[in-house]
Design a protein around this ligand. Structure first.
Ligand code: DWN
Ligand code: SAH
Length: 406
């Protein structure tokens, strides 16, 4: 594949991470021999400006009945999604019997907000284990992949929706034209699509190269998203930066001409032009900064090892799979990774096979340094780990730059 998935023009690869495992492929030791790897390469389309992976594992490999990411593991994300629902209800839903569909509802972290106030809802979630958590909460959720065919079935069975929602999901789906065609079919004439995903401007600005992994097929900008929806007769009418997952963008999309557009859309496109998000050289700069970041992080970890310091990873994030395997971090440098998610505990990290242990092992014997793989949740984590710092522990972060926090 060397053509843009959105506009079919030849794209320009700008960064290769080499062979990478599945970001959420936490595994037991008897699975090491059969571990799956693929070539992780990211490319820029000079025509529609979409940044995308050149190769992505099949959806059945990534979104399995044992999917390792449970959205409700972060309390700050629960608060974020509560506010998200309030905005949708206040600004976009009609007062009489609204119907909301969420694509990629995971364990129901957002959808439950609508259910709690009696709003008719439907979640679409292919990963059976997390979908089951949503169902156990009393939510209506289908264990299916969203695409045009499913949209047709939903319309036939439930009717069109007033709002279609998606958080950190559209950027995961390579067959995006089918998804957008499905959303168009599903939306009432006055309906809105509200979705958010990590924002390319923040990824570049913070050198957050660890957002690049198998599940993230696309890295959106307002420019590339506008073009995509325009091709389907849909219009981006508003954009709102979000302070989650290291910097995200929320997009509001309607049928063309259905609502008055906000000036923020064009303002962001202008800003993106000024930042060079339409030029291949910008991505060359990102590649150089990524390589420098890797050198700095490894130099720091080797130095700490020479000094005899204990380093433990905090948060077995999907992003950590890229950092660990791209930089070459081994068990010699990071003893284990602490994570609160039961399904990850007792397993090993993808590729490098660093043990993932329960959070209680972190608190039972604080290390000298904690490498914060969940840097996007620093505002939640650092204050709650006062005990670690009081015991003399220090945080290491690598986004936006490699440093020991003091
Ligand atoms: O796009 C995606 C985002 C939304 O979620 C998915 N492709 C997969 C996933 O990405 P991630 O794994 O990088 O997400 P998080 O939210 O950065 O993961 C945080 C990890 O850290 C979880 O495994 C839970 C863990 N954690 C912890 O151990 N202690 C999190 C917090 C807040 C904590 O205090
Ligand atoms: N919305 C949640 C989950 C994000 S993780 C949050 O923001 O925390 C991405 C989710 O998208 C996973 O739960 C995955 O199973 C789901 N997903 C992947 N492909 C999908 C598809 N085609 N249709 C619907 N959901 C999908």
């Amino acid at each position: 594949m060397s053509k843009c998935r959105i506009c079919q023009v030849e794209y320009v690869p700008f960064l290769s991470f080499g062979k990478m495992p599945l970001a959420n492929g936490f595994l037991a030791s008897d699975q090491f021999r059969n571990e799956y790897f693929f070539e992780l390469v990211v490319a820029f389309c000079p025509s529609c400006c979409m940044v995308q992976l050149s190769e992505q594992p099949s959806r059945e490999r990534m979104f399995t009945p044992h999917y390792a990411y449970f959205s409700s593991t972060s309390t700050s994300m629960a608060t974020h999604f509560e506010k998200f629902s309030h905005q949708v209800i206040a600004d976009y839903l009609p007062p009489h019997d609204p119907f909301v569909v969420e694509i990629g509802c995971n364990d129901g972290i957002l959808l439950e907000q609508f259910a709690q106030v009696g709003i008719r809802h439907l979640g679409i979630e292919p990963s059976a284990n997390v979908a089951q958590v949503a169902v156990n909460k009393g939510l209506r959720a289908l264990q299916r992949y969203f695409d045009e065919d499913l949209a047709r079935e939903i319309v036939a069975e439930y009717g069109q929706a007033d709002a279609v929602l998606g958080a950190n999901v559209l950027c995961h789906i390579p067959y995006l034209h089918s998804v957008v065609a499905g959303i168009k079919m599903l939306l009432k004439p006055g309906g809105v699509l509200v979705f958010e995903d990590p924002y390319l401007g923040d990824i570049l600005d913070k050198t957050a190269y660890d957002q690049i992994y198998d599940e993230h097929a696309f890295y959106f900008s307002v420019t590339s998203v506008r073009y995509l929806f325009q091709r389907h007769g849909l219009e981006v009418v508003d954009v709102m930066p979000q302070n989650v997952h290291g910097g995200s963008m929320r997009y509001v999309v309607t049928h063309e001409g259905a609502r008055k557009g906000s000036a923020a859309v064009m303002a962001h496109c202008e800003r993106e032009k000024a930042l060079g998000l339409e030029q291949p050289e910008t991505f060359e700069g990102f590649r150089r900064r990524t390589e420098r970041s890797r050198e700095e992080l490894m130099a720091l970890l080797f130095k700490l090892k020479r000094l005899g310091k204990r380093v433990v990873g905090y948060g077995a994030t999907s992003k950590s799979t890229t950092v660990i395997n791209y930089c070459g971090i081994t068990r010699d440098l990071v003893e284990f990774i602490s994570d609160t998610t039961p399904i990850k505990q007792g397993k090993f990290s993808p590729g490098a096979h660093i043990p993932v242990r329960p959070y209680t092992e972190f608190t039972a014997n604080y290390p000298d340094h904690a490498l914060l793989f969940a840097w996007n949740h620093a505002r939640e984590i650092i204050p709650k780990e006062r005990g670690f710092q009081a015991a003399g522990g220090k945080w290491i972060v690598y986004v936006p730059k490699v440093q020991i926090l003091i």
